[in-house]
Design a protein around this ligand. Structure first.
Ligand code: PLP
Length: 316
């Protein structure tokens, strides 16, 4: 695998003392908000392998898609800037599956501001379905190819098998850093974080528990398909089915990309107890999930919250 170092690793791991005693847990946090790369976040790990492959392919342009507030596009834009590769993305403010959630996002602040500074070409589409967004990305890629430029396509959130490989390696990083945890809780969406961690802890006593930030239960099928790609890429003997992915869908709130009341309350709770910030679209909802799972007794003992970053969208 061609790896280009982008992040400072291992990322810090530490105990949350006040919340541990408040919740009756031995609660730890893995700080992927502190990767030291382009405002942090889980996408840096995927990009070390994705950019390695982009460079090997000698592509001139990278094309992807996402919501306008995508943390992936921001980190991809930074990686592309470093290697003088053009970065273009089809974006919608709030893409959806069946019906649009009520909510509003600013399309000039947060990640969009950072994308502009980085020189990312954002092709803004009217809001529509995920399928429409993927089709817009494909037409964007074809338009570059029609101009004779070579294009590398990256799926939403960097969730290709190579992206998942970044999180397979992250699992090894954690194992080398600490004694085993009973549960690892994190925000799950496009799936490569979940696939990499699930495979990395396959056959161990550590439960990998994703808090879904997307309301569609079918994402477990997509995750299993992505996991097969990772199995082939990394030559893994383990195999995952959709039911191997533990996902809790209760904390999505109004919809993908829209803040929830419980998530916002969790942001305030972690900030006031430990001085650590979360974001409203992913990590805040995931932490709300962890708080509730602790209250329900569904998680106990040594629990790890994997902070996946996302901080620029606090300023949206
Ligand atoms: C992308 C993202 C996630 C979800 O990771 P996936 O690998 O897409 O499932 C979680 N948190 C933050 C802050 C993210 O940007």
């Amino acid at each position: 695998m061609n790896r280009v170092p982008l992040i400072q690793s291992p990322t810090p791991l530490h105990r949350l003392d006040r919340l541990s005693s408040e919740l009756g847990l031995d609660l730890w946090i893995k700080r992927d908000d502190l990767t030291g790369f382009a405002f942090g976040g889980n996408k840096g790990r995927k990009l070390e392998y994705l950019i390695g492959d982009v460079l090997a392919s000698k592509a001139e342009v990278v094309v992807t898609c996402g919501s306008a507030q995508s943390n992936f596009i921001r980190q991809l834009g930074a990686a592309c800037a470093r290697f003088d590769i053009e970065c273009a993305a089809a974006v919608m403010d709030l893409p959806y599956e069946d019906s649009q959630p009520a909510g509003h996002v600013s399309s000039s602040s947060g990640n969009v501001l950072l994308d502009r500074i980085l020189g990312v070409r954002l092709v803004e589409m009217p809001d529509g379905t995920w399928e429409e967004l993927y089709a817009a990305a494909e037409s964007l890629a074809l338009s570059y190819e029609a101009m004779g430029r070579s294009v590398y396509r990256i799926p939403i959130g960097g969730s290709s098998p190579l992206g998942a490989y970044g999180f397979l390696m992250a699992a090894e990083e954690l194992k080398a850093q600490a004694d085993p945890f009973n549960h690892v809780v994190f925000a799950s969406s496009s799936g490569s974080t979940h696939c990499g961690l699930r495979h990395g802890f396959f056959g161990t006593s550590t439960e990998i528990l994703g808090i879904a930030c997307d309301p569609e239960p079918e994402i477990a099928d997509d995750f299993a398909e992505l996991a097969s790609g990772l199995e082939a890429l990394a030559g893994l003997a383990s195999h995952l089915e959709p039911e191997d992915f533990v996902l809790d869908f209760r904390f999505v709130g109004p919809g993908y990309g829209v803040a929830s009341e419980e998530g916002d309350a969790a942001i305030v709770r972690l900030a006031r107890a430990e001085g650590i910030f979360l974001d409203p679209i992913y990590s805040g909802k995931a932490f709300a999930g962890l708080l509730r799972l602790a209250e329900e007794g569904r998680v106990s003992g040594r629990v790890l919250f994997w902070h996946t970053g996302g901080l620029p969208s606090l300023f949206v």
